[in-house]
Each structure stands twice: as structure tokens, then as C-alpha cells.
Design a binder for this molecule. Structure first.
Ligand SMILES: [Zn+2]
Ligand SMILES: [Zn+2]
Length: 303
């Protein structure tokens, strides 16, 4: 067989460039549930990890039952992109009603597996009117958690994640532009839960994972995702902990974000592995670093 002759430009064009943005595709909740189950084995927080696994399975069911949602109008999306604003505004008042349907499905599914304080919160959510539920969502998304029904937080967050993921999955990459700051999700404006160093076609590239909609956006490595400093960055892990999970600390702003290396464990999941590495958070707290990642299931609640 003759060797094909490359035309000028073909060598450079060989591999498609890695995307700067990875919109969510389908439900990742079932994989997360499986990851949490496997991390729970022999873990000091096994009961809680299994409870969040049950919550993730309920999210998967709610996601698959959720119909296609209505996106903002195309001209509004174009306008938001032109002004470097995310196409979906997580904190907008008019967030739609699908999340409330998902919420009732989720709490019904996990009620039997929930510990008593969480069952009391579930009962409150089942009897709350729409206005009260919207107020809970608004408070949670503003991260105004001093004044919040903490036991209800994981359920409200779980339902909001399902709706946000569904909406984000319906967007096209051309409808999303880069924000001025890499510290917030370019799709919905929420903070990241953690970052992940990918394998395969994105080998070695680091992506931040949105705590709410599950989108991932590229950010260079050895750079603070919170203040953008490239100096004073260090990595901490725990000798007895998972080798795929480290914390990237910044001495400029004294914050840290977990970083997951898929090369060391391809099943690592930002939400699940963040929860299972709480010992690392305790270590960094002792060292004077503040968490910049947002994990809705870390808000004290059902345990
Ligand atoms: Zn997002
Ligand atoms: Zn920093």
C-alpha cells in the first residue's frame, strides 16, 4: 500500500485540539454512586459515603426522567456570551420548576436509606410549598449557609445539580465563551468542586469541574484557580490516602483546591473523591489553608 503523501498543514492538523470546555454529556450520577460505594469499603466515613451514593443513584433516576428543558432564547445567549457572562445563571430567580419535581423524586427514593435527622428534613421538604423551596434554593446557591436548613441542603443541592446538568448538556460549545476569571464555571457561574488531570486525548491537561452543572473547563497546571497566582503553589497528599488525590495549595491567597490524577485512578470522581479525602482537608486546615472548592455534600446535614 503506498504511503499517503501529507499536504502542507496536515501534520499540524493531525490530532484535533483538546477542547477548552467539556459540557456534560448524559448522567454521571450512576458512575459517582458506584465510585462512592467502592470508596466506602473500610472508610471511616463509610455510612455517609453510602448515603451520598444512594443520593447519587436517585439523581441518576431523576436525570433520566427529566424531560428536555427550555434554554434561554438564542439572542439572550449570544448577548451573555458577548458580555463574557455564563449562558446559565445559577443564581437567577427564574430557575424553572424541573428541579422541584426532581427533588420530590430524590427524597422519596432515599428516604428509607436516610438517617433520622435527614428523614425529618425530607418530611419538611415534602410538605414545603413552592415559595419555601425556591427560598431554600436561592439561599443555598448564594452559599448563604449561616441561615439555612442544613439537613435539607444535600437534597436541595442534589435536585439543583440534576437540573443544571440537564440544561448544560443541552448547550452547544459555541454558546459558551470564556469568563474573565477561570475561578468560576463558564456555563453557570458556580465555583469548582475540584480539578482533574485527564488522560487520553486530553492527556496531562487539567480541567476544573463545576460543583453545580458538572461542566469542565481547562486551566493550566501549577496555577491557583482562586487568585491566578503561579508562584507559591505546592501539592499535599496523605501517605495513607488515595494516590490520585492531592491538594493544590497557594501561598498567595492561602487557599487550596483538590486535584485528581486520572492516570493514577481512572475512576476518580471530583465529588466522590473530594468527600472521601476529608482527612486531607483537616491537614490543610491545620496548616492554615482555606478550601476554595465547593462540595454541596460537605455542608453538615444528615449525619
Ligand atoms: Zn457550571
Ligand atoms: Zn491563590
Amino acid at each position: 500500500m503506498p504511503t499517503p503523501i501529507l499536504q502542507p498543514g496536515e501534520i499540524e492538523a493531525g490530532a484535533p485540539p483538546a477542547p477548552w470546555l467539556k459540557l456534560p454529556e448524559g448522567s454521571a450520577f450512576a458512575d459517582r454512586a458506584a465510585r462512592l460505594e467502592s470508596l466506602a469499603a473500610g472508610h471511616a466515613l463509610a455510612d455517609y459515603l453510602r448515603f451520598v451514593a444512594a443520593l447519587s443513584r436517585a439523581q441518576h433516576e431523576a436525570y433520566t426522567r427529566m424531560p428536555a428543558l427550555t434554554l434561554p432564547r438564542a439572542d439572550l445567549l449570544a448577548q451573555r456570551r458577548a458580555h463574557a457572562m455564563p449562558p446559565l445563571d445559577a443564581t437567577a430567580q427564574a430557575r424553572g420548576t424541573a428541579w422541584r419535581v426532581a427533588l420530590q423524586q430524590i427524597v422519596a427514593a432515599v428516604n428509607d436509606a436516610a438517617p433520622p435527622p435527614a428523614q425529618a428534613a425530607i418530611a419538611r421538604l415534602q410538605s414545603a410549598d413552592d415559595g419555601a423551596l425556591e427560598a431554600l434554593a436561592a439561599t443555598l446557591l448564594r452559599q448563604d449557609c449561616d441561615d439555612f436548613d442544613r439537613a435539607a441542603a444535600p437534597f436541595v443541592a442534589a435536585a439543583l445539580q440534576v437540573q443544571a446538568r440537564r440544561l448544560a448538556s443541552q448547550l452547544g460549545a459555541h454558546q459558551v465563551g470564556r469568563l474573565e476569571t477561570a475561578s468560576l464555571c463558564p456555563v453557570c457561574g458556580s465555583p469548582p468542586v475540584a480539578s482533574t488531570v485527564h488522560v487520553g486525548g486530553e492527556y496531562g491537561l487539567r480541567y476544573l469541574s463545576c460543583a453545580l452543572c458538572g461542566s469542565e473547563w481547562n486551566e493550566v497546571r501549577i496555577k491557583c484557580s482562586s487568585c491566578a497566582s503561579t508562584k507559591g503553589i505546592a501539592y499535599y497528599g496523605i501517605a495513607s490516602g488515595a494516590p490520585a488525590v492531592k491538594a493544590e495549595t497557594c501561598d498567595a491567597c492561602h487557599s487550596y483546591l483538590k486535584i485528581l490524577y486520572l492516570e493514577k485512578d481512572p475512576a476518580a470522581d471530583p465529588v466522590a473523591d473530594d468527600l472521601a479525602s476529608l482527612a486531607l482537608d483537616l491537614l490543610l486546615d491545620e496548616q492554615g489553608y482555606q478550601r476554595s472548592g465547593l462540595n454541596y455534600f460537605l455542608i453538615p446535614g444528615p449525619t
